[in-house]
Design a protein around this ligand. Structure first.
Ligand code: FAD
Length: 474
């Protein structure tokens, strides 16, 4: 018999549910397949840096699978529909008896998988899917009324309770199937998709590097996480998001490693704060399954469809390029454009600025982030944008509006982060860094830095008015 593992965003040999299940029978021939779908990726705005990350990780994965005696095949076609027909052909050619894969929860992905299951079953192939990119399967943690949780805090409480009752298993890599590693590997040609280089010091490529980063983080830095995580100038967070988004690391590996180093993490203390972030990640995935409209450019809160967003391409361009005249927003956007990653606090500040200071539709920001983030992930990105826009489930109330200047003063007081990304403010003293033009005027200096494109107080009033009008209209 032949077992096929269809790999997608689960690019690892450790704790890979589908791979593990495919290898359970000693006698089966096990092969793996990755199908690149550039046209689909374009439609989903995948960032060129993420494409590059996947490409580099795939090459490493082919080696690790070869060491286990498993050949990773590769094919490129246009989109998901083409991928399904290729999969059918491949199963015929290779005489596949059973297909194993890990679920993806986005709408197009689920449609693709449903089509694949249907067609392959007709072909006589047994198909098995697994909940693998989450700690607990979507739909498995529900309220007393058997509904999906819409608020995070009770969800997180129920989640922890379930985890305390029994941890999800973390599987090891399957044992090697052949005595010697495979040597003749199927060809792996680069995707026909724009790729952009990134810094491997910042974003560990492949699972060994991801595990090493995870171990180091759970040993010490996790203890300083609650105190450090909001300050973009310090390396206070794990930077494991790209690994989790592409599956070079699993959330169960994170949980087990965290508990090994910090056994009280399910109860309380610094480490439990980091665990909470992993639960946020799952929360947004569970929401995608419970409310598929989240994948279709729809707000969760229907009344917010009536908000009269502004069409201001000039302002959108200033935001995108980091030229709004608000130093913390601009430094954030330049970090994103230069590295493909942005600190969580800054994602909230930059998103809030676009939506609540510029009154631009959150979906333009969501799309732009996706097209640049190395860790772009529909569930987390949509969740973060809908949170910021007050259109989501457990979102910030619409009348609470971040002040970008005070946010900067609180989270980058001396301007250490701002200076890293805005060299044009080098001469401005620390105390004036959040109001550089006031300082320049007083000191008769010229700054090569834009004036604020909007005045926050006035912008805030306009935003309150358009939200108020939308509420009244619905
Ligand atoms: P850590 O603080 O070390 O957290 C550990 C892990 O938990 C992260 O790697 C991530 O997988 C998960 N996580 C942390 N915070 C969140 C959160 N708020 N929601 C969901 N998961 C979380 N995260 C993405 O992975 N991809 C995105 O496309 C994305 N877009 C975002 C857009 C906006 C507007 C906002 C406000 C947040 C977004 N986030 C996104 C969430 C968060 O900002 C990143 O996960 C985090 O900054 C990644 O850095 P880290 O790995 O050092 O995180």
């Amino acid at each position: 018999t032949t077992h096929l593992v269809w790999l997608r965003n689960d690019l690892r040999v450790n704790d890979n549910s589908a791979l593990w299940a495919a290898c359970r029978s000693r006698h089966a021939r096990v092969i793996a397949l990755f199908i690149a779908t550039p046209a689909q990726w374009r439609q989903h705005n995948m960032a060129p840096r993420q494409a590059e990350y996947i490409w580099r990780s795939l090459r490493q994965l082919q080696q690790s699978l070869a060491e286990k005696g498993i050949a990773l095949h590769y094919h490129q076609c246009d989109d998901f529909a083409a991928a399904v027909s290729y999969l059918q052909d491949f199963c015929r050619q290779q005489r596949v008896d059973a297909l194993f894969y890990n679920y993806q929860y986005e709408f197009n992905e689920r449609e693709r998988d449903a089509a694949a299951e249907r067609l392959l079953s007709q072909q006589g192939v047994t198909v098995q899917g697994f909940d693998d990119s989450v700690l607990l399967p979507p739909g498995s943690v529900r309220t007393g009324n058997n509904e999906a949780y819409k608020v995070f805090t009770p969800f997180s409480k129920a989640y922890r309770k379930r985890l305390r009752a029994g941890l999800p298993e973390c599987l090891s890599a399957p044992p090697a199937r052949t005595e010697a590693p495979l040597t003749a590997l199927p060809p792996l040609s680069p995707f026909d998709y724009p790729r952009e280089s990134f810094d491997e010091q910042l974003f560990p490529v492949g699972e060994a590097a991801a595990l090493q980063r995870l171990r180091a983080f759970c040993r010490q830095p996790v203890l300083a996480y609650p105190a450090q995580r909001d300050f973009p100038a310090s390396e206070g967070t794990s930077r494991l998001s790209v690994c989790l988004a592409t599956g070079t690391l699993s959330p169960r590996q994170c949980l087990h490693r965290l508990l090994r180093e910090q056994p009280q993490a399910l109860e309380e203390g610094a480490a439990s704060i980091w665990l909470n972030e992993l639960i946020w990640r799952d929360f947004y995935r569970h929401l995608l399954v419970a409310f598929p409209r989240l994948c279709k450019n729809q707000p969760f809160a229907a009344w917010t469809k009536k908000v009269a967003w502004q069409q201001r391409p000039d302002r959108f361009a200033a935001w995108r390029e980091g030229k709004t005249g608000y130093p913390i927003v601009d430094a954030a956007m330049r970090q994103l454009n230069a590295t493909g990653w942005m600190h969580n606090r800054l994602r909230m500040i930059a998103a809030s600025f676009l939506i609540k200071d510029l009154q631009i539709d959150w979906r333009s920001g969501e799309r732009y982030f996706m097209s640049v983030l190395i860790d772009g992930d529909l569930a987390a990105n949509n969740g973060g944008w809908q949170w910021s826009a007050s259109t989501g489930t457990d979102a910030v109330p619409w009348f609470r509006i971040f002040n970008p200047t005070t946010q900067g003063e609180r989270f980058d007081a001396g301007g250490e982060f701002i200076r890293r990304w805005l060299p044009e403010l080098a001469a401005v003293p620390d105390k004036a860094i959040h109001h550089p033009h006031d300082w320049a005027k007083k000191n008769h200096q010229r700054l090569d830095y834009p004036l604020p494109i909007v005045e926050h107080k006035a912008a805030r009033e306009q935003t309150l008015a358009i939200f108020e009008a939308a509420r009244k209209a619905s």
